[in-house]
Design a protein around this ligand. Structure first.
Ligand code: SF4
Ligand code: SF4
Length: 475
């Protein structure tokens, strides 16, 4: 029976405390041992690629327009070079739902793969800031020693230079993040001018820098263990079939030190209780206690344990990517009812999103009757309504538009002031329009009109509106 019992259930006291908080509630600073090994090497390559992507993307332009822009302040969005407007809200909402379902599905099957390999917090923390710390202050024992040491010239120099580099990198990240929000040209302008000339932009950059510096220099793993909502959801997403970084307790227990010139006890497992997997963990946990909310699947414990296994001449993989079911029963079905259900939902949402993207028009029109106004009757025997119209041009070229009444050829649609409709590149134009219909053709108090919007004679979009008229008495 012992074999069938989940090792994690033996002792779950570790779940009552957080590894980074002591009994008095004070923060325990984590000094993780410098990681190395095949997974770490692979993560370094992935991180270099992702960092390059992050820093280079704002400079990519297509015909003078950014490749990506998330200007929430002016509500302008460019994704893969295509302009989106708040009018595309349904697309954003669907894309967001698809993203959430994808994240859930991915997590159900592959656990926190994202956290360990691609999350910006982990990439910057472990691959940039931590690396600089190791370079200047040395490995965990040297860092501990330096922190305990009095403030000598050497300590001031080391700490000072580390934090100076941290601030410079935070400034770089802040400027890049800002470029995604307002565009690289705007950022260049803020940087090249006096702060007083663009105070809000300057304050934004300083605030971003302070946040990034605070997170990576001080807050660190707390962002993952106490703030990140994705981390909080792990208890719901993960099940025994999810692939996570896990300790093979069936193989590792009963753990025990290897004694020189002494054969291990017959019931001793492969874990030699060296605790290196704990020392290397950036969130300070012991993975041998089982899957924990604090584990960001960074793989550092896999690498260090593999190294230990090599030394004691045991097979690698005592800690590895696997599932609880695989460890316990030796087999695992990745696709279970839950993951299949999520996949179906995801496919449906993606299908709908594709249809909406394919049928999305370059020009969008919103036409509403001027509030508070009823109809007017003209001397020529026509009924007239007044409309406010918004034309949105989602392309990067100026467009000249024409409007026509599709279902009332005798009616007239005319811009107040008579100007042509010209909408700038990726811009919005407001206009006011009269619509006049011969009274003899009005058969109801509310008539449905179909307005066609044309560009160079080609119908771009049609808008259905209501036209008010006098009460028509039935004969
Ligand atoms: S590194 Fe491996 S052998 Fe050492 S304590 Fe951790 S699981 Fe056991
Ligand atoms: S337990 Fe292992 S994988 Fe999880 S955060 Fe710690 S070192 Fe990384």
């Amino acid at each position: 029976m012992a074999e069938e019992t989940n090792f994690y259930e033996y002792d779950s006291q570790f779940r009552d405390t957080i590894s980074t908080v002591d009994e008095q509630g004070k923060r325990i600073w984590i000094y993780p041992k410098k990681p190395s090994g095949r997974f770490h090497k692979a993560r370094v390559y992935v991180a270099i690629f992702l960092l390059a992507l992050f820093f280079v993307t704002p400079f990519i332009q297509i015909d003078g327009h950014p490749f990506f822009l998330f200007n929430v302040f002016e509500r302008k969005f460019i994704i893969f070079g295509v302009a989106f407007w708040p009018q595309d809200f349904i697309l954003f909402a669907l894309a967001f739902i698809a993203f959430v379902v994808f994240i859930v599905l991915f997590t159900v099957v592959f656990g926190r793969f994202w956290c360990g390999w691609a999350c910006p917090q982990t990439v910057f923390m472990e691959m940039v800031f931590r690396k600089i710390e190791y370079w200047i202050e040395g490995d965990a024992p040297q860092q501990r020693k330096l922190d305990k040491a009095p403030w000598t010239q050497e300590k001031i120099l080391k700490k000072g230079s580390k934090h100076l580099i941290f601030i410079v990198i935070s400034l770089l990240i802040a400027h890049t993040a800002m470029a995604y929000l307002i565009g690289i040209e705007e950022v260049k302008e803020i940087v090249s001018k006096s702060p007083m000339e663009n105070l809000s932009g300057f304050i934004g950059l300083i605030a971003f820098t302070a946040i990034f510096y605070g997170v990576f220099a001080k807050f660190r793993e707390q962002a993952c263990t106490t703030v990140c909502p994705y981390g909080r959801f792990q208890g719901v997403f993960l099940d025994k079939k999810s692939i996570v970084v896990a300790y093979d307790w069936m193989r590792g227990e009963k753990r025990g030190k290897l004694k020189k010139n002494q054969a291990p006890a017959p019931d001793q497992g492969d874990c030699i209780d060296c605790k290196l997997c704990v020392h290397v963990c950036p969130t300070g946990i012991d993975i041998r206690n089982g899957t924990q909310l604090e584990c960001v699947n960074c793989t550092a414990c896999i690498d260090v344990c593999d190294e230990v296994m090599d030394k004691v001449d045991k097979p690698r993989g005592l800690i590895r990517y696997t599932s609880e079911e695989q460890i316990q029963h030796g087999h695992n079905k990745i696709f279970n009812a839950r993951s299949i259900a999520y996949s179906v939902v995801l496919c449906l949402i993606l299908g709908l999103l594709t249809i909406l993207l394919a049928t999305r028009t370059d020009v969008e029109v919103t036409m509403l009757r001027v509030p508070g106004m009823l109809y007017q009757e003209t001397d020529e025997g026509e009924i007239q309504n007044l409309y406010n119209v918004k034309f949105v041009n989602k392309t990067f070229e100026e467009v000249n538009l024409e409007v026509k009444l599709e279902n009332f050829p005798d009616g007239v649609i005319e811009r107040v002031g008579g100007e042509a409709i010209q909408v700038g590149a990726n811009a919005l134009t407001d206009a006011t329009f009269f619509i006049r219909i011969p009274k003899s053709q009005i058969t109801a108090t509310k008539t449905k009109l179909e307005v066609g919007v044309y560009q160079d004679g080609e119908l771009m979009v049609t808008e259905d509106i209501n036209f008010l008229g006098p009460i028509v008495l039935k004969k």
